[in-house]
Design a protein around this ligand. Structure first.
Ligand SMILES: [Zn+2]
Length: 352
């Protein structure tokens, strides 16, 4: 049989990370986009933080700029963004914000079929560079296929001023790649699932960058934002190579998504994934203490108490996590964990 394999990988074309780079937005647009009619997507807060500056710069440089203020990452907001993009006939979208804004713009640009530029104002999860969008549909957070940003402009002087908890959570999200990779390797061995060693190497190097530098990631230090953003971008690129979230999302993410459904939802995505990664690495027989110590150094929760979630809910989430995405094979297998095994896991790893 002739060789007939084919695969599409979509990457960001230009990535600018650094101090005060938000003022270079027009130069980036001049370089990567031929159109002159963007729609800026932000929320009330991110407009104040960086959106205003982006608007002003773009107008000064003779772009015809439209803007929309969104509230949350819901299908309704995605539709609203699409409707305005169509009404004004814009050439591209610029998302200025945290996870919700970027996810909304990402999916709207995919549906309306124009490129988008990602301008993250916080580094709370790896969605800033990935081709997938987390959108709330009928009350449930759903991961939708969208497109990777055409370019990323990450201003460390903006990002390090966001609440530190967001950066710590983003770092924990990347560190959890280590268990996602273990799950992927397991799925390849046991189920013959497609596997990419290139995507794995990228996802792993992003996590290791943070583990090796954990002690330098702290509040009020702009270099911390640099490390966090860099690792989140590499993690997003790993997903582009894989063509799925596989290298960055395994059983620890299923645990986190289950917690989102059964708890009051005050803890952050990355914080939950970090704790999930400690426990899943224990199940894999890997170096779970190394993950715990790195999270501790960074200041991301390592216990149920720090997460603000009761021990019994953590145990319940562990017993249900395997049902959240049954087609994604992980260390939890098809049957999941028993209540006893879950209790044992929580206690042995010191999570509760
Ligand atoms: Zn994640």
């Amino acid at each position: 049989m002739p060789f007939a394999k084919s695969k599409l990988m979509e990457f960001p074309r230009d990535v600018i990370v650094g101090h005060a780079v938000v003022d270079d937005i027009h130069n980036l647009c001049d370089k990567v986009i031929s159109g002159s009619h963007p729609l800026i997507v932000h929320d009330e807060v991110t407009k104040r933080i960086a959106g205003e500056r982006v608007l002003k710069k773009m107008k000064e440089e003779d772009y015809t700029v439209e803007e929309i203020i969104i509230e949350k990452a819901t299908l309704k907001e995605v539709k609203k963004t699409e409707t305005y993009a169509k009404k004004w006939g814009v050439d591209f979208l610029i998302a200025v914000g945290g996870g919700s804004v970027i996810d909304t713009a990402k999916l709207a640009s995919f549906n309306y079929n124009v490129p988008f530029i990602s301008v993250p104002t916080a580094a709370s999860h790896d969605g800033i560079a990935s081709p997938r969008a987390s959108i709330k549909i009928e009350g449930h957070l759903t991961s939708k296929q969208a497109r990777a940003p055409l370019a990323i402009l990450a201003d460390t002087s903006v990002i390090y001023r966001a609440p530190y908890r967001m950066l710590a959570s983003g770092c924990a999200d990347v560190i959890s790649n280590l268990t996602a990779i273990k799950d992927w390797e397991l799925a390849q061995r046991l189920k013959g699932e497609y596997y990419s060693s290139f995507a794995t190497a990228l996802a792993k190097s992003a996590a290791e960058l943070l583990i090796d530098n954990a002690e330098y990631i702290k509040p009020d230090l702009e270099e911390s934002a640099w490390l966090g953003v860099k690792s989140l971008i590499v993690s997003g690129v790993a997903m582009s190579v894989a063509g799925s979230s596989r290298p960055a999302s395994g059983a620890e993410h299923m645990f986190s998504h289950t917690l989102d459904q059964i708890s009051s939802g005050k803890s952050m995505h990355g914080e939950q994934c970090g704790i999930g990664a400690i426990m899943m690495m224990y199940l894999h027989g890997g170096e779970w203490e190394m993950i715990r110590d790195a999270l501790e150094d960074i200041g991301s929760p390592t216990t149920a108490r720090q997460l603000g979630i009761e021990k019994e809910l953590i145990i319940e989430a562990l017993t249900k996590a395997h049902t959240i995405r049954p087609e994604r094979y992980t260390i939890l297998g098809n049957e999941g964990l028993t209540k006893e095994a879950s209790r044992n896991l929580v206690e042995t790893t010191g999570v509760a």
